[in-house]
Design a protein around this ligand. Sequence first.
Ligand code: ZN
Length: 105
Amino acid sequence: MLALKDNTVKIPNGIALMFAMTVVDQIYEANGVETTVITSCQDGKHSLTSLHYAGQAFDVRTWTLPKGVSPKEIVRQIRAKLNIHFDVVLESDHIHVEFQPRYSE
Ligand SMILES: [Zn+2]
């Protein structure tokens, strides 16, 4: 399992997404999902200001999660592994993960 030391670790945008995808994949796998399906990155229709258009967001399918595994719990596990510069949002049929750096300097 990959982990960031703390919130001071600065990751370039593209690597940040790849890092988050790896974390999500590891969590899905630990919860019994063999294949973690990315349904959208820099494509599809999103709200006008969506970070998808900047290549800083991706969506992961949730209906592949086994019965008894709550998507809310998966979101909690993902948030625990990412730092404050990522937002993880549970949508109706997917989990939205975006990289929105909040460095103070
Ligand atoms: Zn999204």
